[in-house]
Design a protein around this ligand. Sequence first.
Ligand SMILES: C[S@@+](CC[C@H](N)C(=O)[O-])C[C@H]1O[C@@H](n2cnc3c(N)ncnc32)[C@H](O)[C@@H]1O
Length: 382
Amino acid sequence: MKNFRLAAKTSSGLEQILAKEIKAIGGKNITLGNRAVFYEGDLEVIYKSNYLLRTALRVLKEIEFFRFKNVDQFYLKCKEIDWFQYLTVDQSFVIHSTVGNSKDFSNSMFASLKAKDAIADYFREKFGKRPNVDTENPEIVIDLHVHGDSCTVSLDSSGESLHKRGYRIKQGEAPLNEVLAAGMILLTRWKGECDFLDPMCGSGTLPIEAAMIAHNIPAGKFRKNYAFENWRDFDQLLLDRVKQSTEKKEFKYNIYASDISGSNLLNAQTNARRALVFNKIKFQVSDFRNLKIPLNNGMIIINPPYGERLKEGDLDELYGMIGERLKHQFTGNNAWILSSSMESLKFIGLKPEVRIDLFNGPLKCKYNNYRLFDGKRKELIK
Ligand SMILES: C[S@@+](CC[C@H](N)C(=O)[O-])C[C@H]1O[C@@H](n2cnc3c(N)ncnc32)[C@H](O)[C@@H]1O
């Protein structure tokens, strides 16, 4: 099968994890970018990328790369592309652009507009009519990446962002993006080799993604469709084969999810039911302060409040309590905490072994690892 140049977009800090995932599904010539991983692969790799990658937000297939001297030449080069290979006059389309370091385009809207004119004129001259733009529900999604005097034109194979797995109906207060949650879990290297606990689970994103990883449930299992299904070369049999080729994994340990709020826990349970992992997670309403779970050598991931709704003093107290509980109740486990509140993280009172920079939406965060060793290595707990 023909190989294409591909780019998978992700969240900042997850590039290496995504590259590992891409290697595992057969991607070739993998290189890391900024919030993106570049690689090569055939149609099967494109389908697998969308269906299996847990840390990709979208997957682009490059169709053209060119340089241009001015806006007129940009328009002409866009019009020279053989668009009929990629869309018909009856299909709707949309163009998403990003522009950087360009003397010709001060904003991405202008680049999209010029490319749209070029596509419309290409079709009008060839067929006497043109395909329509649909920003809500486009059948074909075109991606333009303008950097300086160069432009990469790609087809977006995903359509709606891949973090929309299709299982979430309840949002909760500050839910993690599913791609970030999966990335946080994979960064710990946890794949189901021990118990897992999220004691502040909110709408349940971390335990649900953990259950999907532990049982090898594909990221796209509940997703209804992808943009590549509207491509001219769409191969339904190949997609069916990709979907049938994943095997469920046996998981011998427990996934625990708890939260102080009963209504948040209900949201988590509803989402878990939708993801068909409800009976794979042990839920309970509990203040972390009082939580007792027989966890040994387990993995704990906490996404505590960052303070948007709490007073500063309360937040320090909360983080102090988390550190104290980890130290005294959860010795012998491995804990990771994600927070944008650098000041509050100090109140954890433990020395992180690893600090990773991540973004939760627009919020710059630290993702800290605390090894809660007991016995001989107790000196690690301060
Ligand atoms: C940032 S949200 C977690 C969001 C979650 N990761 C998600 O994807 O939906 C923080 C959660 O901590 C919970 N929480 C706050 N204080 C707590 C405590 N003392 N014990 C247990 N949970 C607590 C809140 O109810 C809230 O659901």
